[in-house]
Design a protein around this ligand. Sequence first.
Ligand code: FMN
Ligand code: SF4
Ligand code: FES
Length: 553
Amino acid sequence: MDLEDLIALAEAEQRDRAEIEVRVCTAAGCLSSGSRPVVSALERALADRGLTPRVRLREVGCMRLCCEGPLVAMDVLETVSSPEPSLYGKVTAGQASVLVDVIDNKQATTEGLQPIDSNGPFFSRQRSVVLEHCGLVEPERIESSIALGAYRSLHRALHDLNPAEVVELVTRSGLRGRGGAGYPTGLKWATVAKMPPGQKYVVCNADEGDPGAFMDRSILESDPHRVLEGMAIAAHAIGADQGYIYVRGEYPIAISRLDTAIRQSKRLGLLGSAIFDSTFNFRVDLRIGAGAFVCGEETALIHSIEGLRGTPRPRPPYPAESGLWGHPTLINNVETYANIPVILREGADWFTQIGTEHSKGTKVFALAGKIRRAGIVEVPMGVPLRDIVDQIGGGPPEGSTVKAVQTGGPSGGCIPAELLDTPVDYESLKALGSIMGSGGMVVMDQDDDMVGVARYFMKFCMDESCGKCVPCRAGTVQMYRLLDRIECGDATNDDLVLLEELCDLVQHASLCGLGQSAPNPVLSTLRFFRHEYESRFVEPTGPRSSSVSSEAR
Ligand SMILES: Cc1cc2nc3c(=O)[nH]c(=O)nc-3n(C[C@H](O)[C@H](O)[C@H](O)COP(=O)(O)O)c2cc1C
Ligand code: SF4
Ligand code: FES
């Protein structure tokens, strides 16, 4: 395969477009609300009316407004005067014939169908960079990705840029890791690239264990070739010939689509040996995790791929120096890799124009909770949280008022409603005791109890602690018990003092990020909602005690 072949494939696919294309979302959210029977019913109805091939059905990935699923979109070629392009939500198999009537111009009325305004604020207030092709490409057909430009950036990296230039481009873009910590991606690539030549690895972290987070799953299910292309560009830049995608076993659709994508790109010579007739070889294999949250931590993930028990180890050495089987290993998150092709296509300067001074580009969030429009959203870094909640999410449902927004899952915190004007970037969220995290965003209302929220996340950390170090293994249990007592109204101010002492200890003495960040939900709810803790004490709140009762200890 060379560039001409790639372009020819793209052109053939574009020529093959039907007059009317019906896209049905078959990502996990819509499949769980019944999009598979909708596909079958539409197929039958179109065939019965003899509308194929004028009308083509495409199974695509997430169209973002997951709460309205199953979603069906209708695209109409400019040369065709009617029907109007449209988007429908909560489509049932029983409505297939009504939809086909609309397509066939037999019925102008869309009775029973729920039209969605695709120009409304949910879509218009977003900025599509990473998700630009999600919901458009068919994740199980590589030709459909190639038609929208997939693998062109890889070709550019291999033929127009040397590895050092690719690293320099990514560094200049200011891209920071989307897996949680926000480490500068170019710096990480440069560290691995500088290691002596020899075996090196590229790993994609698709473990996504935070409760409430489903962005990476959505990207993998909707546009897997984008992630493969990002990984291949990284491999070229750092000098690796082998990649692994570590994906959690609970994501069967993502696994199956990745598997298909890898096979299809190998078949076309876009992965494997002598890619694009160059000397570059790159093979990608899947490794399936078993759902332990700690296996998302990079050193635990490495152990897990090596076939060992997934527990973290002290760093340094960092994986960039000594990772898989002791070799330099680049580990990035799914969304980080998904940013790479567009950075190569549009350039670093273009990318730096999006976002804030220190947080460049966009961020994908999984918006959920007490919100009218829940789903996957992508916004430029720096937009106020309020825009996401009120404009994109449509605010809370009737009768609810927003109390807080939780970001960063078990490692993050709760931002109170009065601070919703905070810009969404790494520094601003950290200053409030939360973190950007990988992108889970849960809106909470007046009925959500902040002590209960802290207790929920502490239970999660306690259950997911690997037990290797005492501060986390024992500390999370003690913190959970204290939170439980406080929630039940069975605690005193001394318990709260002990809880705060434990937060400090576990934060500073734990081996890995799981323990180090486990106190965050407690600390942030204490910072903004301390009265919810204190109002539960069995005795009136007195001056804060500095010593802790022996019983509590
Ligand atoms: C307990 C724990 C779980 C983590 N889970 C994930 C995860 O699911 N996905 C991810 O990309 N990073 C996760 N991370 C962060 C990774 O260790 C690592 O920093 C990240 O994959 C690096 O990629 P990035 O630089 O592109 O963000 C986790 C960290 C900790 C401490
Ligand atoms: S902090 Fe927790 S999860 Fe991390 S190594 Fe220690 S016990 Fe294991
Ligand atoms: S899963 Fe269908 S719109 Fe998100």
